[in-house]
Design a binder for this molecule. Structure first.
Ligand SMILES: [Zn+2]
Length: 305
């Protein structure tokens, strides 16, 4: 019975992107940018990742709390592996700096909402920051505020404001629930596949294995799941994280003029792999220009707390 209700909620959630403005009230809104987004949890629907659990069972997240707890466990596993490989930088000047800048930004966000007498949408997040030794020019954030920087990005950041620009961007991904949005879309895609599994052909297709590009046998859904989860953020999400990140930087008193400079430096890098910062479309040049356009608006809207 409960499943049925949940599924119905899901359909309502699905309608909001599929039918546009017809059922928009069921859509969530990203705070501060007011962009409409899909968020299963706001419709009290679960996120279901087929085969995402142990022994290939579906992973079901009934609410944001359960998703965040699970990502926290994954983050801890990532940290222990990094520690075992001696690449986790703990208690160094650089790692302390990453932590300090992260803390300055999220506490400024707290103050910003406190001043507005509004609830901070990410006030319950348990923010964590790590610095890992790696040449990769990258940083990422898991839902619920688990952030990692790779040392390879530090020379591109160049200074504290540059680090704050990257940090603001990552905090903004978590703030705007971009991963939840991605997983909601993905979960809905699978819901459609469940319909497919009720037919003989559908079952056959779902259980089918095929040779992937490396010539290994892989299940259709196994790969889709990985692809779904590690799917890059969309162009809109990246741009939103750029905008909000710049705003959060300003709240904390960092120099937002560094954003466009940082992206100029990114543009000069010759990446042989595509990290989080590069794979999602807006070219560094366009990004750099956007930051310049936003500067005066950001100063007004996100006044230093
Ligand atoms: Zn990003």
């Amino acid at each position: 019975m409960e499943t049925k209700t949940n599924r119905r909620n899901f359909i309502v959630g699905a309608s909001c992107s599929l039918c546009g403005s017809v059922i928009l009230p069921s859509c969530s809104t990203v705070p501060l940018t007011n962009r409409k987004q899909l968020n299963a949890f706001d419709s009290n629907a679960p996120i279901i990742i087929l085969g995402g659990g142990t022994l290939g069972l579906p992973e079901i997240y009934g609410n944001e709390d359960s998703l965040n707890k699970d990502t926290e466990r994954q983050y801890e596993r990532f940290l222990s592996r990094a520690k075992a490989q001696n690449i986790l930088l703990d208690n160094t000047d650089e790692s302390r700096k990453i932590e300090e800048i992260g803390k300055e930004i999220y506490t400024s966000l707290d103050t910003y909402y406190l001043n507005k007498r509004e609830e901070n949408p990410v006030g319950t997040f348990n923010w964590k920051f790590a610095l890992v030794e790696s040449e990769t020019v990258n940083a990422w954030c898991m839902p619920g505020g688990k952030i990692a920087f790779y040392t390879g990005i530090l020379p591109v950041c160049e200074n504290d404001d540059g680090i704050a620009a990257v940090m603001g961007h990552e905090i903004a991904h978590a703030f705007a629930r971009h991963t939840v949005e991605k997983l909601t879309q993905y979960s809905m895609m699978q819901m459609a596949a469940i319909g497919l599994s009720n037919t003989k052909t559908g079952t056959k297709l779902l259980n089918q294995t095929y040779k992937n590009l490396k010539g290994q046998r892989a299940s259709v859904f196994g790969d889709l799941i990985k692809f779904g989860i590690f799917l890059p953020y969309s162009r809109k999400m990246e741009s939103e994280a750029d905008y909000l990140g710049m705003g959060f930087m300003n709240l904390a008193g960092f120099n937002i003029k560094e954003c466009s400079k940082l992206w100029e430096r990114m543009g000069k890098k010759n990446f042989n792999i595509l990290p989080e910062f590069m794979k999602s479309h807006p070219t560094p040049d366009n990004r750099s220009k956007k930051f310049l356009e936003w500067e005066s608006e950001i100063v007004d809207k996100f006044t230093r707390v």
